[in-house]
Design a protein around this ligand. Sequence first.
Ligand code: SF4
Length: 499
Amino acid sequence: MARRYRIRTYGCQMNLHDSEKVANLLHHAGYREAAEEAEADLLLINTCSIRDKAEQKLYGDLGALRGWKAGAERILGVGGCVAQQQGDALLRRFPHLDFVFGTHNLRLVPAMLEAARAGRRQARIRESRSPARFDLPAPHADFAGSTPGRAWLTVMEGCDMFCSFCIVPRTRGREISRPAGAVLDEARGLAARGVREVTLLGQTVNAYGRHAWRRARAGGEMPFAELLRALAKIPGLARLRYTSPHPLFFDEGLIRAHAELPALCPHVHLPLQSGSDRVLRAMRRRYTAREFLALVRRLRAARPDLALTTDLIVGFPGETRADFQATLAVVREAGFTDGYSFKFSPRPGTAAAAAGFGEPVAPQEAQARLAELQELLRSLTLAAHRSRVGQDTEVLVEGASARAGAPGRSRQLRGRDPYHRVVNFAAPHPPPAPGDLLPLRIAEATPHSLIGVLPEPAGLRIVPGAPEDWRGALTPAQRAITLPPQPAGAARAGSGAPQ
Ligand code: SF4
């Protein structure tokens, strides 16, 4: 019987994708995924160190896993950003930990696993400057990835920006881009497997290829826009996304791509971090609030329906109430659809964590600012959602809705629209499969998601002998769609009658 693994993943999409890559390597090594950790022979934790809380969580997890390891021939490994930073220190602190692998060392996991079985504990965290580290085996036949129809594709990794608060250049290393040929080959392979939506990943994804480009050419478009144009020509790839870009690396070519490429989704996650020029300078973000807003206007001129989301930090050392008000003003003016907001968390080794960097903001004050900012973001999200009611859209079906467990909602599915919003909808019959593209009309807005109905009433079919909860699974808007009179004795199955 095949050995079983589980992976716990914390952090960003890059980490989630790294976990997929490791899972695929494990499938090639003969492992299969266990339904739960209690059944697993191998447990990997893919860690995040962007904030202190995430790092402390790992230490708590590892302490609690002593019991999981005790008395069984099990292997425990740790990877990701904390692993990259701590290396051997983790092995010393947690004697029941078998191996530690860095962010550039994913391909070593099967070999480290075998070594661990032979009783050899080790940490491998060497940084690699070779693009060969991206070249991993094609997906195993028994490994589907996380969401059918959707895939991540790493195009670059690492960061040379060294924002003063950010640990990423120390955990992911210096910026390195994959050769375009390798990216395009992988994208063609994904399309051949039925993937409809590809999200390009990189810490500063739109800086893709910039070092090679500077050496080779002068002037013209940056290579990221060219890469998008080449990807958009691949048959079968209906949607392209990218995350996360840096505002500094938007050039005319990339902005024009948003106007010209139908496959490029009308959503950009554009990290602002602060709306105060003073704080932006201290953060080493290399743009001003005015420049950021000018970029927003250029993007919206190219693609008027563009949805923008962002990242924000409050309570950065030295941030005054006036600085914070400036952030609120830019957030309002940019009209973000959503945002991730956090209190500043000093990370050891970064400039902003050094003593004397700036006056610390009192924890209660930082908390109050975060609450105020989040309130604003919630109101913007709801306004953006309400503006969508009545619009037609298309979702990539992801599976059961998070609401599906609620009474009367057992048939709720969820999908994601081109603006990256979650749309919940009552499953038609036959239900679409995860990975299908499905047209919907937005019928309702909620604070966290949208509710869709099939746009043509004729497309909303009644399930023969449907359980009583079928109508309960519908939203008020869906229930408001009235049924045309049914001819006596007419079969309801597949009649195309609206529900
Ligand atoms: S650009 Fe992004 S990943 Fe790079 S240092 Fe700044 S915040 Fe971190």
